[in-house]
Design a protein around this ligand. Structure first.
Ligand code: NAD
Length: 522
């Protein structure tokens, strides 16, 4: 079936082509473990980015529906919080197994709605699945501490769930980002309201179905839809205690400010401008392949895409070879065999990317490889931008200052490592960075001095696996990076600490006078 959301689908039933869908079904929302058609009057049309054919209509849930989702999550919390962590762990094991069984189906939904290639979409699912797998260690991760602090007295710490929490997701990882939130929020005993991107909620809907099958009780995970109105509802609803946001700076800074002002915990991962510094002593072949893959994979629509290259010294002579390799990438519909990158998400996004390329040209940069105007013959109506390389870029140019979020690599050149570090540190974003060198001391100096949260040494996209945390820095994370996603910090974010101090032996209390002073310890 080509339906974007298979309500009774099996793991083997999913779209495999970009063909026009005969019968368009509206995306339902999900409450109390049931898929429900919204009573919405506003819908957001969702188009296949490879064809711009209509795929589904996504409702803007009504206020009544949004309130019902919160009430359901509140009801579910009362019993869910009292389940044992071992019980929740068993559900998580089943959830992990179901994601594996439905891996291709999830990936197909991503290719259809988001546009990335099927092979890349499988990676999107995997990186989320790994968070669910890591969440299975909750009994270990939720252990408290205990210390005898005085004679017959001890202090213990507990981690308790917060209550109803919410997640607001971006379009570029339709499975991974919901899976940064669902496993950790729920295994710690919270109930979750998930708002997927209105541009590609299909994978999140399949995940909701798998949650129900895994044994999550009704209301532990509800999925609501919409754009700003739904976000504003989440920000202002007092019953929602914490918000996880991943997306761009405009929305994220607003959400962090308003959510925090309303007394909620907010974790918010934002935009990026990730640099790679390349030194003449690196393995050139590895560097060329790594940068081409990391700049143009997923059509550059990754928050960790390597979008900025800083050539040090003679490495600027390598740029024509880089362009040759980039040119060989196949830009095509994501279901096509051999496709390396698919379209960008919307016609508006394509227009914005092309406008930035034109601005670079107007500001005096060189378009070494121009991906504008490319159309795969089979899909003339998609949002295509082929790999583009802009050289002779300076930090003042718009193409350097803004996150482009497309298959565009901007290249600057410097003479020394010091200059490269200074340039990268002056950039306001600080998500990921990479250095290519064979020198240990050079790599170590770079690691120590660079202001970015995730550093790759000969690794182009250094996203940490979920036993670590996603550690953006500077403008790439709101709130100074205090609340990062997954890993132990993720467990901390979704739990409230409680400490209990107990005096075990009070039988020898003989004094009849109360002690009014704060105790002093020797
Ligand atoms: P986006 O900010 O446009 O949308 C993200 C979410 O916020 C969506 O659910 C959307 O409905 C909502 N939203 C958008 N504008 C809003 C507004 N003005 N008010 C309230 N809500 C609003 O982001 P996107 O285009 O979907 O995703 C791409 C962005 O996400 C890029 O900037 C990318 O770098 C970033 N991103 C960051 C990370 C990270 O971990 N740092 C990971 C993935 C994506």
């Amino acid at each position: 079936s080509a339906a974007p959301v298979g309500l009774d689908s099996t793991p083997t039933s999913y779209p495999t082509t970009h063909d026009k869908i005969a019968e368009i079904k509206d995306t339902p929302w999900f409450i109390d473990n049931k898929f429900v058609q919204s009573a919405a009057t506003d819908f957001i049309d969702l188009h296949d980015p490879a064809t711009n054919n209509l795929v589904t209509r996504v409702p803007q849930n009504t206020d009544e529906e949004l309130r019902a989702a919160v009430a359901s999550a509140q009801r579910a919390f009362e019993s869910w919080r009292n389940t044992t962590v071992l019980h929740r762990q068993q559900i998580m094991f089943r959830f992990v197994g179901l994601i594996r069984e439905n891996w291709d189906r999830l990936a197909a939904s991503i290719t259809l709605e988001q546009g990335k290639t099927f092979a890349d979409a499988k990676g999107d699912v995997l990186r989320g699945l790994q968070v669910a797998e890591a969440a299975c260690a909750a009994p270990e991760l939720l252990k408290g501490e205990v210390l005898e602090v005085a004679k017959d007295m001890e202090t213990r710490s507990y981690r308790e769930p917060l209550g109803v929490v919410a997640a607001i997701c971006p379009f570029n990882f339709p499975a991974m980002i919901p899976l940064w939130c669902i496993p950790i929020a729920t295994v710690t005993g919270n109930t979750l309201i998930l708002k997927p991107s209105e541009r590609d909620p299909g994978a999140a809907m399949i995940l909701a179905e798998l949650c129900e099958k895994a044994g999550f009780p009704p209301g532990v995970i509800n999925v609501v839809h919409g754009a700003h109105r739904t976000v504003n509802f989440i920000l202002d609803e007092p019953a929602i205690k914490a918000i996880s946001f991943v997306g761009g700076n405009k929305a994220g800074e607003y959400i962090f400010a308003r959510g925090s002002a309303n007394g909620k915990r907010v974790q918010a991962n934002l935009g990026a401008k990730n640099h790679a510094a390349v030194l003449p002593d690196c393995n050139k072949n590895h560097f060329l392949n790594a940068v081409v893959g990391a700049a143009f994979g997923a059509a550059g629509q990754r928050c960790m895409a390597l979008s900025t290259l800083v050539t040090v010294g003679e490495t600027k002579e390598w740029l024509p070879e880089l362009a040759e390799r980039a040119k060989k990438l196949q830009v095509n519909g994501g279901f096509e065999q051999g496709a390396d990158l698919g379209p960008v998400i919307t016609p508006q996004s394509k227009a914005r990317i092309e406008e930035i390329i034109a601005s670079a040209e107007a500001e005096g940069a060189t378009i070494l490889l121009d991906g504008r105007g490319y159309k795969p013959p089979k899909y003339p109506n998609g949002n295509w931008v082929a790999p583009t390389i802009i050289t002779n870029v300076t930090p003042q140019m718009r193409c350097y200052r803004e996150e482009i979020f497309g298959p565009v690599l901007v290249c600057l050149s410097v003479d020394t490592l010091d200059e490269a570090i200074e340039l990268i540190n002056a950039n306001e974003y600080g998500n990921g960075v990479a250095i290519f060198t064979r020198s240990g001391p050079t790599a170590e100096a770079f690691r120590r001095r660079i202001h970015a949260g995730q550093v790759g040494i000969n690794v182009p996209i250094p996203v940490p696996l979920p036993m670590f945390s996603f550690t953006g820095n500077k403008k790439s994370i709101a709130g100074g990076g205090a609340n990062t996603f997954y890993g132990r910090p993720g467990i901390n974010f979704y739990t409230q600490q409680k400490t209990v101090t107990t005096l075990w032996n009070h039988e020898d209390a003989i004094s009849t006078k109360a002690d009014v002073h704060m105790p002093t310890h020797n």
